[in-house]
Design a protein around this ligand. Structure first.
Ligand SMILES: *Cc1c(COP(=O)(O)O)cnc(C)c1O
Length: 220
């Protein structure tokens, strides 16, 4: 149970080291602790250790786990890092403080409607299909400017761009590309880097790293 709390010290140290090498400040980088599949008992030690930003990839799982945790830790912030179905947009807007998977026009419409209805303006990252892997979701690079414009016109606050590079190959070129695309679009955030590559992502401009396994161990 103390595992994640011990691991977080190591991860925070690595973040600081990578930021220093890149000439960046460690506090420019938000560690999103991805707690998907892990029960509340494993999350509490991290909250107790001071971690406040968490990621989940399913609306239903988050809705089951987080209301009780938030009663105890009201300043915890919850990010959606998984694909979102349009029919769950309202639940997602009510539950999450940030959404990393805005990737298509129909979801822009659904999220805008949900934000208008609930009165909550939830910052969103536009997920980019950086490795041309349709199954992972994400907006194709040529369609990105139009999607960003549509989201901005609909009043959705855009935090930046997000990507999940293809597995098993060197991620650096994909991180560099996401950084360039975000710069071209004038968006501040870059959500990139997971347990195996977050230091590389930090050196290439990540503002939000999404780390699960390195904190919680492997998922069952
Ligand atoms: C699960 C997940 C992560 C965390 O992955 P780890 O390799 O366990 O750090 C990050 N981003 C997304 C989108 C995920 O689904």
């Amino acid at each position: 149970m103390e595992n994640a709390a011990t691991q977080i010290e190591l991860v925070v140290e690595k973040i600081a080291r990578a930021a220093a090498i890149a000439g960046r400040k460690a506090d420019e980088i938000t560690l999103v602790a991805v707690s998907k599949t892990h029960p509340a008992e494993e999350i509490v030690p991290l909250l107790a250790a001071g971690q406040r930003v968490f990621g989940e990839n399913r609306v239903q799982e988050a809705a089951a786990k987080w209301p009780a945790l938030r009663e105890e830790f009201p300043d915890a912030s919850l990010h959606l890092v998984g694909q979102l179905q349009s029919n769950k947009a309202e639940d997602a807007v009510s539950l999450f403080d940030c959404i990393h998977s805005l990737d298509r026009p129909s979801l822009v419409s659904a999220l805008a409607k949900a934000m208008n209805k609930t009165g909550r303006r939830v910052p969103c990252f536009v997920q980019v299909d950086i490795g041309e892997e349709i199954q992972k979701g994400g907006c194709a690079i040529p369609a990105l400017p139009a999607l960003v414009a549509q989201a901005q016109e609909a009043g959705i606050p855009l935090a930046g761009l997000m990507c999940v590079p293809p597995a098993g190959i060197e991620p650096s070129p994909f991180f560099a590309l996401l950084d360039k695309l975000a710069g071209d679009l004038g968006l501040p955030g870059r959500s990139m880097g997971m347990s195996s590559d977050f230091e590389t992502a930090i050196m290439l401009g990540a503002t939000h790293i999404r780390v699960g396994t390195a904190l919680f161990g492997t998922r069952g």
